[in-house]
Ligand binder design. Sequence first.
Ligand SMILES: Nc1ncnc2c1ncn2[C@@H]1O[C@H](COP(=O)(O)OP(=O)(O)OP(=O)(O)O)[C@@H](O)[C@H]1O
Length: 655
Amino acid sequence: MSNSKQDSDPFAEMRGRVDNAMWELFRDYGRGYKLQFAVGGFASVVARLLELVPALIIGVAIDALFTGDGAYTLPLVPDGWIPGTETGQFWLSVGIIGATYVAVAGLNWLNSWAWNHFAQNVQHDIRTDTYDVVQRLDKSFFDEVQTGEIMSVLNNDVNQLEQFLTRDLNNFIRISVLVVGVGGLMLWLNWQLALVGLVAVPALMLASYVFVRIVKPKYQTVRSSVGQLNSRLENNVSGVEVIKAYNREGFEYDRVEGASRTYLDANWDAITTRIKFFPTLRIITGAGFVLTFLVGGYWVLFGAPGPFTMTLSAGVLVTFLMYSRRFLWPMRQFGEIVNDYQYAQAAAERVYALMTEPSSVPEADDAVSLESVAGRVEYDDVSFSYETEQGVGSSGDGDGEEIVLDSVSLTAEPGDLIGLVGPTGAGKTTLVKLLMRLYDADDGEIRVDGTDITDVTLSSLRDSIGYVSQEPFLFQGTIRENVAYGRPEVADEDVLEAIKRAGAWEFVEKLPDGIETTVGERGVKLSGGQRQRISIARAILNDPSMLILDEATSHVDNETEVLIQNSLQELVADRTTFAIAHRLSTVRNADQILVLDDGEIVERGDHETLLAQDGLYANLWSVQVGEIDALPEEFVERTAQRRASIDIEAGTLED
Ligand SMILES: Nc1ncnc2c1ncn2[C@@H]1O[C@H](COP(=O)(O)OP(=O)(O)OP(=O)(O)O)[C@@H](O)[C@H]1O
């Protein structure tokens, strides 16, 4: 993978798939929580409308009780309900204002409860669904996109959406109601003065529009640099052993510092834009408020200025100014919402991009389930190359691709043991990965019991294959959980039986908690050989019809190897097995040994036949039995050349 690919945003190309990712997500995921949404929204609307009451009451009280400029009348309240005395009217005002605040507090609680319920559940559903899509994606996706990037989407980006829902969407409803309610009341109280206050609105809208245009790309950069920083951190924490062994703490500090600085710079760029925007909004809202006070105050003191004609009382002006603040202030918050919306939109695009990432190993609509597999495996002219430079989400036109498997054909009869040998990088692991459909062949067909593996369900195919990899992965948990990973419901006796058959009992028995001992993250508390035996036990317990052993004994000492070989012999006896081996002795008894070189099968046959052919296999065998002197000159030369090309490749990758 080139550095440029690691550094660029892997989601950039995917963003083009949808116009409004956030809307798509909320529409799909909000559907299940309509009631909470409606209750939260309703409570918010009613609370906001009630919040308008105190200013109205204060205005009426000032005019009727303090300055004597008007009668005590309240909109929507029949005059007969209003007390006749000033004291009665005063206490009514106090009572209404107090009751309003109590009601608003109750409604705010209801709004928060319902809205958080809505937002938290939508967040949970989006996260789990995205995870489910991601875990079903093909292996090439994981080859291209770094773990930290994926974690960043599943954590930070999804949280960002939740924050937008909880805080901003709620605020948006609040503000919309206030703007409509307050604007309506202002127009009703004194439409001419209302127009003065409203002149600020177009200016606020223009400022918001300009802001959005400038800040959107900046937020996209912030989101992607968070992902890159996470990738770097994730890589380093996983690779801490290598960092220590090579004393590269300083170097890694610099790299993390670099990634963190890129994030800081991107964030700083967005922050400087944002902090310029908010004071601008304040100035505009402030100017609107001052203008309203200036015109209204002049009007109350000296009569209507210029084109204004109606009379204006002090009480109405106070109500007006209180509303004007309520009207213009949310407008400032509107800017924050626009800001957060842009930020959340960038997050939604990345979430949506992941959710809609197509798998390059699709399951056919009419895929059939593989039942009672006998285990006849055929590779028919299979060719394959890994996707290179194009990156995730691109189709790849093959430019710069190196063929890893070239027209490979083979047949394994049920129960056969097929040994795969050959120099490193020859394509042995790739060959077996194609059988599990971790990747799909570019050309040719792979059949199990005569059925093309692209015509069967992925789950039934993988159920019928056991896989013991070069680097067995154990999950944080107990030995029992790891062995029974594919069949968690099995009885302890079966788990123990599998452990014994895998040659793992001799060390499991000595562990303090036996099969209930925890293995640590990735199984770090076990040695490489112990991990390998646990993963063999896992494959044994699954009882698959086909078995893949990729260097299954690479981590164990010679004694343990004999133990494992014995148990493997029993294991492979009645199932088709592909055993990849560098130690040729481990596949000596194979029914068929395939020798791969540069993606092609160059020799095939059993051990004796291949030795007699005196080709690559015979030479590799000579190396292993220590007959170096017997090697032909050209083999030694080719090995040296291959060594050199691997070194060059490694050098290129480090650059
Ligand atoms: N995910 C990948 N993306 C790109 N190239 C890859 C990927 N995996 C393997 N390759 C390349 O494909 C070639 C074959 O690799 P493969 O792992 O199949 O070889 P192998 O014969 O199993 O080697 P070894 O014996 O060292 O495990 C190598 O050149 C390798 O660099």
